[in-house]
Design a protein around this ligand. Structure first.
Ligand code: NAP
Length: 476
């Protein structure tokens, strides 16, 4: 039952007239065909969510919380099956897919709890006959557009707070990973989701569905995760209906490796932050900045670590690096590595396509990179670590901040004073010190500058789906 191949609108599975293929990026093989829906079906999904809104918003927070907990439990009970499906369609190693399912479920649990604490407040009055009260109410119908690189977590990170707050939802999943999205939908239905509260529109025409969501007066909130270019165009489209937007966009994360770090920790954690999901995450290290005096020692140890990584299909035992998502991703990685070589950088490890198949790239380390090279400016989205040398803290910070992006940054130092200074001066929404993983449901995730607007997770994640209302009680 988890292997659903239909979309979900108004509490019913919808097969549509046309279908598109979902492929396994490791082999190119077709896994299934799913409905290729358009603007008309999107309108139907919006109408269903609109109709379901008053009753859902009027439920007790406790009732919504209980549903989210049942969804969480159902997802955890089927974690291995969902993870296998995820690896088949997005290629990430099975261990990572299992980690992502648990991470996705953690958002359902966190927001099941947070939804019960959507408190308002009172304000001391300025007129003796009045009393001031601030309440928070669900925004209305929300739309979620999500990317393929976290097929389950990016849906849960939006659906959790939206449903907990009392919003109803229309989800447009990415075409490459529609099956994981539909499995989540199936589990939500099993958990007892009322008709119309959450709808899922699969499509190969993202532009048509995206435009229908942005143009609709009834959709009061758009939460988008994906590339900066698409995010900007959707934010512009959403301005027409003045809907609230959250934008979780691209990154260009630096990892600053200072001479006073624990070298073993830095090597291990930079590798984790760089090579997770074959380098295809928004918080992936995109540039490794290393202080002069430990540069050679770091490059040697890091390269040895990277050279030992196992590449292959994600379902194979012990694999750490799976395929890239599609041919376009392969072309981008190949182009960026070639342009770095042409500009004088040196490939220390890898630097070529991998023999495992058409979409596999060797885990790669490139030294002698400078900030002006394309590989240091564009989001690589592949298993390639460019290394840039720096003289001192001031230069490291200047290099780190020399990007229009501002999502995540990493720094490695054992000096408490430096850790504070660097964390304050990095122009990023998130900073991770001496650790390669920073995502958690309990803290706000999001970026500044071209990396987006708004936060997901933490208490802030719920705020994104609530409107603030001020009521003044007069004549008292
Ligand atoms: P993308 O091309 O922007 O796609 C993201 C989503 O938007 C997909 O569902 C896609 O649908 C849809 N889409 C594409 N063009 C659209 C349009 N014109 N109108 C409406 N929807 C449209 O990004 P991606 O390449 O899949 O994902 C990778 C990007 O996401 C990277 O830049 C990464 O950094 C970013 N990301 C950010 C975060 C974060 O939290 N900040 C997390 C994960 C990923 P189709 O797939 O069906 O085309």
């Amino acid at each position: 039952m988890l292997f659903r191949k239909d979309a979900y609108i108004a509490g019913a599975w919808v097969s549509g007239k046309r279908r598109f293929r979902v492929d396994d990026p490791a082999t190119g093989e077709t896994i299934a065909e799913v409905p290729d829906l358009g603007a008309a079906e999107t309108e139907a999904a919006i109408a269903a969510a609109h109709e379901a809104f008053p009753a859902w918003a009027g439920e007790l927070a406790e009732t919504r919380s209980a549903l989210l907990m049942r969804w969480h439990d159902a997802l955890m009970a089927r974690a291995d099956d969902v993870a296998t499906l995820m690896t088949r369609e997005c290629g990430k190693p099975l261990a990572e897919s299992k980690g992502e399912v648990a991470y996705a479920a953690s958002f359902l649990k966190w927001f099941a709890e947070e939804g019960r604490r959507a408190y308002g407040r009172t304000i001391p009055t300025t007129v003796s006959s009045r009393r001031y009260v601030v309440t928070r109410a669900p925004i209305g119908v929300a739309a979620a557009i999500t990317p393929w690189n976290f097929p389950a977590a990016m849906i849960a990170r939006k659906a959790g707070p939206a449903l907990a707050a009392g919003c109803t939802l229309v989800v447009k999943p990415p075409h490459q990973t529609s099956l994981t999205a539909l499995a989540l939908m199936q589990l939500a239905e099993e958990a007892g989701l009322p008709q119309g509260v959450m709808n899922m529109v699969t499509t190969s025409d993202a532009q048509a569905v995206g435009a229908a969501l942005c143009d609709s007066e009834r959709v009061r909130k758009l939460s988008f995760t994906g590339s900066t270019a698409v995010g900007k165009s959707l934010a512009a489209l959403s301005a027409g209906t003045m809907k609230r937007v959250s934008m979780e966009l691209g990154g260009n994360a630096p990892a600053l490796v200072f001479a006073d770090c624990d070298l073993d920790v830095a090597v291990r954690e930079v590798a984790i932050a760089k090579f997770r999901n074959s380098g295809q995450t928004c918080v992936c290290v995109n540039r490794v900045l290393v202080e002069d005096s430990i540069h050679d020692a770091f490059v040697e140890a890091f390269s040895a670590h990277v050279a030992a990584m196992k590449v292959g299909p994600g379902l194979e035992d012990g694999v750490q690096i799976g395929p890239l998502i599609d041919d376009k991703a392969m072309e981008k990685v190949t182009r960026l590595v070639q342009s770095a070589k042409d500009a004088g950088a040196q490939v220390v490890v890898g630097g070529e396509k991998h023999s495992a198949g058409a979409r596999f790239y060797q885990p790669t380390v490139i030294s002698g990179v400078s900030q002006d090279m394309a590989i240091a400016q564009e989001e690589i989205f592949g298993p390639v670590a460019p290394i840039i040398r720096f003289r001192d803290e001031a230069e490291a910070l200047a290099l780190a901040n020399a990007t229009p992006y501002g999502l995540a940054a990493y720094a490695f130092t054992q000096s408490l004073a430096r850790a504070w200074r660097v964390s304050e001066k990095l122009a990023f929404g998130m900073v991770s010190l001496n650790d390669g993983i920073l995502s958690t449901a309990v803290a706000p995730f999001g970026g500044v500058k071209d990396s987006g607007l708004g936060r997901e997770g933490g208490g802030e994640g719920l705020d994104e789906y609530l409107d603030v209302k001020f009521t003044s009680f007069g004549g008292i």
